[in-house]
Design a protein around this ligand. Structure first.
Ligand code: PLP
Length: 388
């Protein structure tokens, strides 16, 4: 099917398996995979099972490297610097658990760092007697200069690593990673960028960012099947970067160590080329523009409808945004459940700086009417709470 002729919104939604009666405004958490990509994944599975030994011994690695090269090229990088991992969590664990920290060392992250990454940081710091130092980002009222200042203030001669989100999870903000990486490199501090949300949402030029490591997901905004993440490592750090699972490839270099970590289903990694083809058929820039314009429009509509203010300038948004409600943080779960149980609206409600915030996603299968329904449903909840 020639997807380039499809319009976005409702008319393209049948390309996904999403249930018809659901208003799905949470592409950000796990992504959603189109049928064509799942079909391509199934074909790889069949190919393996026709002759598993031939596939694993002869066909797998060339196919894996070809997929890695295509994915890397899409992000302005070289295939030999990119390996597949299950997800951003696995890639970040590989980097952090390869670090050799000493007592008194410091690792910097921000107070908007993803919860699971923060826990991994605490784990590696505690084991070494090192310290996690958190840069407190200005929020709401975020701007680029404030972000750079906040990170700069946390750097010290003891800093061994800075971990930066490309797009933050709880607040959906694009951090100015190029400026931040430059700042850290001027101070001689290595940087790991957590780009879990970036691929498919933002144009990416990994080499230009200049970080030491860049970790990302293909299963979120690139719509690959679940369990498709990547780790890009600069050549200067590849020999000291190891997977968390050690296998036959130990001693055979970066690619050797990561490409084989034991027998597994490789079909999600191999079918990433189908996700790239699907994305290309829609037009990467067309997708980004549609999603960004829709999310900014929806954010303004929702903020106005709920009588709250936008938290950051439009340029810091990709295809997600958070909007403050006037409900307290303790009501986040109740509000989420109300929206799902009464209205079949799937959207995350996040407790943040004392209030319940709603994080909307805009993917090509979404359209404006869905956000209007969200506005009305939250207002209905607010009214019912006020009457109590
Ligand atoms: C910023 C950030 N980092 C890491 C992750 C973890 O991603 P995964 O569950 O695919 O490992 C997420 C998930 O939403 C995220 O938002």
């Amino acid at each position: 099917m020639n997807t380039s002729r499809l319009k976005f919104g409702k008319s393209i939604r049948s390309q996904w398996l999403l249930e018809e009666d659901v208003i799905f405004l949470n592409h950000g958490s796990y992504g959603a995979t189109p049928r064509v990509v799942l079909e391509a994944q199934a074909e790889w599975r069949l190919r393996l099972e026709c002759q598993p030994v031939r596939f694993m011994r002869r066909e797998l690695i060339p196919a894996l490297r070809a997929a890695a090269t295509e994915l890397a090229a899409f992000m302005g990088a070289r295939g030999e610097d990119l390996v597949f991992v299950d997800n951003a969590t696995t890639g970040i664990n590989a980097v952090l658990r390869s670090l050799v920290l000493a007592p008194g060392d410091e690792v910097v992250a921000t107070d908007h760092t993803y919860g699971a990454v923060r826990k991994t940081l605490i784990f590696v710091c505690d084991r070494a007697g090192a310290q996690l130092v958190e840069a407190v980002l200005p929020f709401p009222g975020t701007d680029d200069a404030g972000i750079v200042d906040a990170v700069a203030r946390t750097l010290s001669p003891k800093t061994r690593l800075v971990v930066l989100d490309h797009v933050t999870s709880p607040s959906a903000l694009i951090l100015p990673v190029e400026r931040l990486v430059q700042l850290c490199r001027e101070r001689g501090v290595p940087v790991l960028v957590d780009g879990a949300h970036a691929l498919g949402m933002l144009p990416l030029a990994l080499e230009r960012i200049g970080a030491d490591w860049y970790v990302g997901n293909c299963h979120k905004w690139m719509c690959a099947s679940k369990g498709c993440g990547f780790l890009w490592a600069s050549p200067r750090v590849q020999s000291s970067t190891h997977p968390t699972v050690i296998s036959h490839g130990l001693g055979e270099g970066y690619l050797g160590e990561f490409d084989w970590t034991g027998t597994r289903d490789f079909s999600t990694w191999l079918s990433v080329t189908a996700a790239l083809a699907f994305h290309r058929s829609l037009g990467p820039e067309t997708v980004r523009t549609y999603n960004h314009e829709l999310v900014v429009w929806a954010r303004d509509l929702l903020a106005q409808s709920w009588g709250t203010e936008p938290c950051a300038p439009e340029r810091l948004l990709g295809s997600m945004a958070v909007i403050r409600t006037d409900r307290p943080a303790q009501e986040a779960e109740a509000l989420h459940d109300y929206l799902w149980d009464r209205h079949r609206i799937e959207v995350p409600v996040i407790p943040l700086v004392g209030a319940a915030w709603i994080r909307i996603s805009a993917q090509v299968y979404n359209e404006s009417e869905e956000y209007r329904q969200l506005a009305a449903a939250v207002n209905e909840y607010r009214l019912s709470e006020c009457r109590k």
